[in-house]
Design a protein around this ligand. Structure first.
Ligand code: 5GP
Ligand code: ZN
Length: 113
């Protein structure tokens, strides 16, 4: 999608600090980290939000979770981490391209605010 921020990051039109990449997934450090380690995992296909996941595109979600598991190992996050997908206005989604936050290296309160 031409005017999508994360599509531009995937294409390299906007610079980012890459943490992982394969044919399905791109992951990069969040520009406004909410934890000492905060990466964002996005599908390389434009999917608007978790509400748009379906049988045709869910392979991207599976690939993202495989990637999260790999990064958690390579970054030594054995103490734990949190995966978050915000959806829509009430869910606090600010970028309209499906993404999963990987937050780690501090104790994360539950439930969130
Ligand atoms: P959301 O609020 O939609 O769940 O998450 C969007 C995330 O994208 C936010 O955590 C925000 O800090 C991050 N973000 C927004 N613009 C950029 C950018 O240009 N570069 C990077 N690396 N992260 C961004
Ligand atoms: Zn996009």
């Amino acid at each position: 999608m031409d005017d999508c921020l994360f599509c531009k990051i995937i294409k390299g039109e906007i610079p980012s600090t890459k943490v992982y990449e394969n044919d399905y997934v791109y992951a990069f450090m969040d520009i406004a980290p909410q934890a000492p380690f905060h990466a964002v995992f996005v599908p390389k296909m434009h999917i608007g939000s978790p509400a748009e996941i379906n049988a045709e595109n869910s392979i991207y979600v599976a690939k993202i979770f495989e990637a999260i598991s790999e990064v958690a190992k390579s970054e030594n996050l054995e103490k734990g981490f949190r995966v978050v997908a915000n959806c829509g206005e009430d869910g606090g989604q600010t970028v309209g391209h499906l993404h999963f936050h990987l937050l780690a290296r501090r104790y994360l309160q539950w439930p969130p605010g």
